[in-house]
Design a protein. Structure first.
Length: 508
């Protein structure tokens, strides 16, 4: 994500724009009035990407509600007045007095999917639908050199933490047209405080880098020249990967979680039988799941799983970051039924993809050599009385799988299952302030970890300050349950009752 200060599209900015390219004074006046009325609540990060991106391009935006459905097209119209993208919009919006006027200035592509209540309007909808679908019209627009804008989630997404599954249309457009996809994440900062997405409020549009699918387009073209059936087969094969890449970038830009298709099997898991490890979780237990997509997390219990976990640690902590000089002494296999440590290792297929260490009942102390600084509001004695703690450390994901959200979700699910099965109530961890791969945002904004302090020194050879975080599992469960998002089922589906019975200690 860019460090550039977002450009505020406030009254002074929009009133100072010439808006050359818009065809009428009325359109310019309405556009200025709409953005000025937001009083600076709209800002755009990396706005120059939107201004300079050549046509044709597919602008793909996340979708929360009606507010940004009006504001986002207006922002793009103001940034690209001579070359505004043609938005795919619900056909009923085009007829609205104010919104419809502005949308019609950018030659929208109506989507005639929703039926009308009135018979005459429904007859009109069916007639227009018979003239051709929105996908065909969008392809024609791209072929003519126009850019298009769309919301690939397909409908409003009230979930403040995760994306909806993307519709296939955006992948088909990119595959058939060869046009790049420029992802735009829409973020409402107030959701961090509210725990939900507000209907209206300050929002940030974050423009990503354009995603090119030229290789896939050439493969589809070659198949289309041979036969229609071959083209459809290639489209079916390539579409999931294209959707996954677009969703990964949209989630990052919108500060959300992308739950990829292979992760859906997580919600079908049942409690692991008593004779099995509660952390031996296979999110692709369906026999039809392709091996290349299988993601699972196992407890490190023998030499083979130990070697796999060490391989990931060596790849990340020694080779990539240089935080460890060697990893052989990191994992000692447990010799008792209730060890002080548990290691978990995640796999994609049969390839080790991630690992984590769980340390039970860590001493909550302030060693002077670590240079620990607790936040002023934190009372250490009260923290000790909150519940039973497990330290989550050495969380590593192989670089090749960092975009596979299913990997980290599998590790987190296994962690929560193991911790809850042992009767623990809280997690504590440290993340590196300067690490470009730090999970700080994910931990605090999505999972609900709270910052309690920081320390300068630790076991790893890293100069970055460590940020101390803690999580009350019961409170996090209630927060996610209230938000009614999909993430809850992915993390605790199958053992939710055990999590719901955990006591909560309240705020720190």
């Amino acid at each position: 994500m860019s460090d550039e200060t977002p450009r505020v599209l406030g009254p002074s900015w929009i009133l100072g724009r010439t808006l050359r390219g818009l065809d009428s004074r009325t359109t310019r006046t309405l556009l200025r009035a709409t953005l000025a009325a937001t009083a600076g609540a709209v800002s755009v990060a990396d706005a120059e990407r939107l201004e300079s991106q050549p046509d044709p391009t597919i602008f793909a935006l996340t979708h929360h509600g009606a507010f940004e459905a009006l504001i986002a097209p207006c922002a793009l119209l103001a940034l690209r007045p001579a070359r505004p993208p043609r938005f795919l919009v619900d056909w009923m919006f085009v007829d609205l007095p104010w919104t419809g006027w502005l949308l019609r200035r950018a030659s929208p592509i109506p989507v005639y999917r929703k039926p009308a209540r009135w018979r005459l309007r429904e007859r009109h909808r069916r007639q227009r639908l018979a003239e051709g679908g929105a996908l065909d019209r969008a392809l024609a627009a791209l072929a003519a050199g126009d850019s298009i804008g769309l919301y690939p989630e397909g409908r409003r997404n009230p979930d403040p933490y995760s994306l909806l599954k993307l519709r296939k249309g955006v992948a088909r457009l990119a595959l058939r047209s060869g046009a790049p996809v420029l992802p735009i994440g829409i973020d409402f900062p107030a959701r961090d405080r509210l725990g939900r997405t507000p209907r209206i409020g300050r929002l940030v549009l974050r423009a990503g880098r354009p995603l090119a699918f030229e290789t896939e387009h050439r493969e589809w073209l070659a198949a289309a020249r041979r036969s229609e059936s071959e083209a459809l087969a290639v489209e079916r094969r390539l579409t999931p990967a294209i959707l996954d890449e677009i969703a990964t970038h949209l989630a990052r830009l919108a500060r959300k979680v992308h739950l990829p298709q292979e992760g859906l099997a997580m919600t079908r898991l049942s409690i692991v039988p008593p004779q099995a490890s509660p952390s031996s979780l296979d999110p692709t237990s369906s026999p039809t799941a392709p091996e290349r997509r299988a993601v699972r997390t196992e407890i490190v219990a023998d030499g083979a799983t130990r070697a796999d976990a060490l391989a990931v640690l060596d790849e990340v902590y020694r080779e990539e970051k240089g935080w460890l000089r060697g990893v052989e002494d990191e994992i000692v296999l447990a010799g008792t039924e209730d060890p002080a440590f548990t290691w978990l290792v995640a796999y994609v297929g049969e390839t080790p993809a991630g690992a984590v260490r769980l340390a039970y009942d860590p001493p909550l102390e302030l060693p002077s050599e670590a240079e620990v600084e607790l936040d002023p509001r934190i009372d250490l004695d009260r923290l000790r009385r909150c519940g039973r703690f497990v330290e989550v450390g050495r969380l590593v994901i192989s670089p090749r799988y960092r975009n596979r959200t299913a990997v980290v979700l599998s590790i987190l699910r296994a962690t929560i299952s193991e911790v809850v099965a042992r009767g623990y109530t809280h997690l504590i961890t440290a993340v590196f302030e300067d690490d470009p791969h730090s999970p700080y945002d994910f931990h605090t904004r999505v999972l609900g970890f709270e910052r309690i302090g920081s320390h300068r020194r630790g076991e790893l050879h890293c100069q970055s300050r460590r940020i101390l975080l803690t999580l009350d599992i019961a409170r996090a469960y209630l927060r996610m349950k209230t938000s009614k998002g999909k993430l809850l089922g992915r993390l605790v589906g199958g053992f939710e009752e055990r999590v719901a019975r955990l006591p909560t200690a309240g705020g720190l």
